[in-house]
Design a protein around this ligand. Sequence first.
Ligand code: FAD
Ligand code: N01
Length: 552
Amino acid sequence: MSDTSSSEFVETDASEPESRRTFDVVVVGAGFAGLYMLHRLRGLGLSALVFEAAGGVGGTWFWNRYPGARCDFESLVYSYSFSEELQQEWEWTERYPSQEEILRYLNHVADRFDLRRDIQLDTRVTSAVFDEATDRWQIRTNRGEQVSARYCVMATGCLSDPYVPDIKGIDTFEGKTYHTGRWPHEEVDFSGQRVAVIGTGSTAVQAIPEIAKQASELVVLQRRPSFSMPARNAPLSPDAQREVKADYTAHRQAARESLFGLELRVNENTPKSALQVSPEERQREYEERWAEGGVGIMAAFADLLVNKEANDTAADFLRGKIREIVHDPAVAELLTPTGYPFASKRLCVDSEYFETFNRDNVTLIDVKASPIEEITPSGLRTRDAAYELDSIVFATGFDAMTGAVTSVDIQGRDGTTLREKWADGPRTYLGLASAGFPNLFLITGPGSPSVLSNMIVSIEQHVDWIADCIAYLDGRDARRIEPTAEAEQAWVAHVAEVGGYTLFPTTDSWYMGSNVPGKARTFMPYIGGVGAYRSKCDDVAAKDYEGFSVTV
Ligand code: FAD
Ligand code: N01
């Protein structure tokens, strides 16, 4: 049942857009997910077209070019595993890959697997409408094109729709404004400038130390401080790389079966609770993790994300580190997170973030105590002070997990839109599909481990599952697949129940949708574990796609 007309233009009447190409599958997005999806679809002999809004492939790593942008998972694990040759031949240079290196890697992947000829850049998908008469998705773009496909795959990314707060006067500013997730391609030089950074999340903790080195004055506007671990980035030695590559299959398998898609070192001596060990032993364990750097501290004890008292021990440890690093006690106090558990907002990983506040050219402003009232032509005014500025950097995050999906006008059966359906929070079965939207797949959609995992592990798992599913359907000449309302309801309830065992829902964060005013507050990712989730998906497939209704 393969469409072969991928390059053909079918006739259109005068009222139709100029091109109407047909495909087996349209994929939206050319980041890690879209690129691998295209590769798998090609392998099945299907015709596929990828639409990408950006002017290049790479997704996150195309857009987020802000100073200091870097992955905080190690390069040898934050990479594709689907090709043995690729994973053996690509040489990473640093423990944590920089934005530039990941983008180079993804461009290499696009070339190596000859993906570019089926990727249309600079094209934003604006709507996708399911035509019940033909069982095809009619997909329109901002260029006025319309194409049709049997399947539509949203590889649109969980962190790709930038969020800019609606601050009075924002358009009146006469200096330069930047959002970190839409950083310009040309070099931005802050030398001699007075710069403000709004936000202190993962992005800001990477950007602030770099901007501070250039700017004459840097004002950091902080609403809530973040917990952060030192990255301890370093060049990756050829020996260390060889060692992992010698046993890559086993490492990859361990990641796939793990909780977070990472081989985090668990505490062999005290696998259960932070409260079962003496304060001295706990301190030793945390100090070791601090010296190692990265997110590994989350695995120091098994109950850090579920037991507030246990969590407090890690939180107190990290608070103590801030006080040790930051010279001015008042500034240290302001930088010290309180009022929410450690890691219930994304744990940050930094290189000299707290140290940056010891610089004379850096000022920290508490915008909780003194809210931003207005952006003016020459700067910014809080309730208590005015700042003259040359540039403002918004490190204010994303309409995460749902924003990129619902900003496309997706209409399923009966004309229902996904935006309406998800108004009170996203509803999916396994984070892969949503009832009422046949033949539409989501990669790392809400309700899957996605952002609470090494996303490359989760992306590969979803792409493989979707490709296998389409092959299964084609093998049976099936026309439609869609989750049943019952299966979806049960999964949504399960996601909420498992989330409810953890500390995540106790905190306002983008995991909860609460960073975007008016967005439904619900815990969106699935925290049941990458390995367990994979088993569930495999089981569903093995049982002839249990929980889905398949129409032949
Ligand atoms: P993306 O890379 O976001 O790609 C989606 C693409 O879809 C984008 O290029 C976008 O332009 C395109 N698109 C969206 N809507 C449309 C549309 N309507 N029409 C056409 N194109 C569209 N994850 C980790 O696991 N570890 C990390 O350390 C880590 N670090 C990160 C650091 C930063 C700064 C950010 C922002 C994210 C980080 N992430 C990290 C998450 C990261 O997003 C994923 O790891 C991964 O890159 C996602 O790949 P993707 O293909 O799913 O989505
Ligand atoms: O976004 P965020 P991000 N006034 O939403 C503040 C991944 N990532 O781009 O905390 C003032 O986390 C907001 O304040 P508060 C990673 O998954 C990874 O930093 O809500 N401030 C917060 O400080 C990450 O979680 C890396 O009170 C306002 C900040 O803006 C995700 O991307 C690096 C405000 C937003 O933080 C998103 O990170 C970078 C307002 N009106 C990103 N509105 C790695 O290293 C918002 N804020 C892997």
